[in-house]
Write a protein that binds this ligand. Sequence first.
Ligand code: FMN
Length: 179
Amino acid sequence: MSAPKLLAISGSLRAGSYNRKLLAQAVDAFGEAEVMQADLNLPLYDGDLEDAEGIPEAVQVLADQVAAADAIVIASPEYNKGIPGVLKNALDWVSRVPGAVLADKPTVVISAAAGRTGGETAQFMVMHCLAQLQVRLIPGPQVLVAAAQNAFDDEGRLVEERNAKAVAGRMKKLRAEVT
Ligand SMILES: Cc1cc2nc3c(=O)[nH]c(=O)nc-3n(C[C@H](O)[C@H](O)[C@H](O)COP(=O)(O)O)c2cc1C
């Protein structure tokens, strides 16, 4: 059997993003997979742009990745107690692509943030939006990496064992959905 396809989505565009580090650890914990990295550097959703030019190429690439994926993991920061604009923008665009590509996709949402709640409010907002898109949200140990600036070592791995365990446990559950 071929390896499952895992789509990794970072809600932060920043190269040094803690959520990118968290995502990398989650991808490792998932095990052997064909990994696709999403690029959320998309135009802002604009109904006039959509009417004039249709779905932008970069959005179609993302929608095709979603359609091809057996499972999705999203790592998101929290901005002002909410979902980052780039992630919401991406979800809005993908929802405009015919075929409801996100529906029934086994998906895990995790977060790292500077604050002491580890992005919990944003994480719930992301899941709230995904529920509207009929994503299959996989529950499990919550991954809320607080004080993200202190949470990773020089190799980009989680320092605290309870965080690493939560990531491993959650990704094991995601894997069980696709194998
Ligand atoms: C506009 C903005 C708003 C933020 N709001 C919050 C917040 O509500 N809660 C929080 O814990 N951290 C907040 N932060 C800090 C982020 O958690 C921190 O910058 C984090 O490292 C961003 O994720 P990244 O490293 O993946 O880019 C905010 C940062 C920015 C830039």
